[in-house]
Design a protein around this ligand. Sequence first.
Ligand SMILES: Cc1cc2nc3c(=O)[nH]c(=O)nc-3n(C[C@H](O)[C@H](O)[C@H](O)COP(=O)(O)OP(=O)(O)OC[C@H]3O[C@@H](n4cnc5c(N)ncnc54)[C@H](O)[C@@H]3O)c2cc1C
Length: 465
Amino acid sequence: MKMEINGQWCITEVGHGLDVDNLETTATWVPTPTSGTTTSDPNGADFDAMVAKGHWLLHTPRPEAAKIMAVTAPFSTGTPCVAVVFARMILGDEDKGVRPFVVDIHDGDNLYEGISVKLLPPQGGSDPLPHSITYFNNSCAVDSLSMPNPDSNKRFLTSLSVPQSKPSFAQSIYRVSIGALALSLSASNYIKLSATIGLVYSGQRCIGRPSSNGDRQNKQIPIITFSTQQYPILTAVAQAYVLDAFYDWVTEEASFLNPVTVDDTTLRIRRAMAGITKAMTIQFAYRGCLSISERCGWRGLFRANMMSRMHALARGLAIAEGDIVGVSMRTTMELLLGRYKMPLATDPQNILAKHEQGLLQECREVLMKTKTHRSEEVNNHVLPRCQKIVEAIGHRLAYEAAAGASQNGVAIPTCVLDLFKISVVRLDEAWYIENIPGLTRKTLDEQEVKAMAAVLEIADRLIEK
Ligand SMILES: Cc1cc2nc3c(=O)[nH]c(=O)nc-3n(C[C@H](O)[C@H](O)[C@H](O)COP(=O)(O)OP(=O)(O)OC[C@H]3O[C@@H](n4cnc5c(N)ncnc54)[C@H](O)[C@@H]3O)c2cc1C
């Protein structure tokens, strides 16, 4: 990658976040004077020829239709910015729906005519990125159909739909799934970093009075001796190992596809997989960053130690490339309505598989009693469970991937798998104790102590310092 162009993605508007169907930015087809007026259909065979003769005008009809969050402001770095802008395609009097358009935004120093950008104030806590609000004022001209013309200073603007007969919205935004997977991988690094910082700190930080001859080791004990330090750190270690094995599996499953030849259902499954991966990873990252940071005392709060910053970054990742709550609701409803299925459990008796199926069944029962999936019952009793269901699917898939995986020919230690399993049972402890025969808080405590002791014994090996 040469980093010659800053590529941006402008879909979200000030007034339209999750409800992308209602975007207001328009891209109006304007025939050039020589081509005459045309009413050709954008999906028809003559569309290419038609586009060659005219241009699209992008417009922000009101402030709420301005694009938000993309990093479109020029910073005199010399790196030009090109954006994929989602807008309503207007042909004559017809609204052809939301389509992607490629637009030159700036040349590295100056915005192109008709485009204006306002910088947003910095986000709290995380690394500063110059997120912006972007406005279009009827001024983008077609310069070339699909590629920027290197000999021209003019902008280019075109519909990505030109080579395709009819891209669905899911096809147009299929790269969001890849983005969600990539963001999950970033968030998993926060878990690993927090675990490493926590283990190093807790091994070095001692309590007790230093001996008078200055031999600290004789009198003091490191805080890692305490189970309250061990639990968050070792849990994060176990989750990081399991996630790594899961990513090997899910990236293979979800990332390679050709959006032109793949049908909508396959795209939906890929999107669900990416959403499940992100929901579970962020769930672990939130807990890992916060709980380990707290166990590092005042040092955990300082920017240099990264943990508060990683937690703030994870909050951004939870929203970008598919808001977790929104993706969870869509995935759960699609599963409940039978639009597609997730891979079946290799061991349906595994308590994680039972949990996943149990939660889904509870929601199915609510759905069966109502006439529509938009009812008040669904609002009250299904929607609040969707994120938990998506996370539960992730826990089961991740455990299965890790149980069957090996790293450099060595299987993931059983104690790591056990601690992972207990850590996710803890996330919905009441359900497991209500539904798994023989499981009580006491037996769970005992299993946890055993798994934690075994992981502690090999912790130095598991964490590369
Ligand atoms: C770090 C970061 C980077 C980003 N980068 C980009 C970018 O480069 N380009 C871009 O276009 N966008 C970008 N975004 C924007 C992102 O895609 C949106 O924030 C996201 O789609 C959610 O939209 P919103 O923030 O307007 O939330 P809203 O749509 O206001 O949703 C807020 C909450 O309301 C609830 N809600 C909304 N609708 C429903 C519903 N139908 N049913 C139930 N609950 C609902 C959900 O709980 C949701 O979490 C970025 C965001 C972040 C945080």
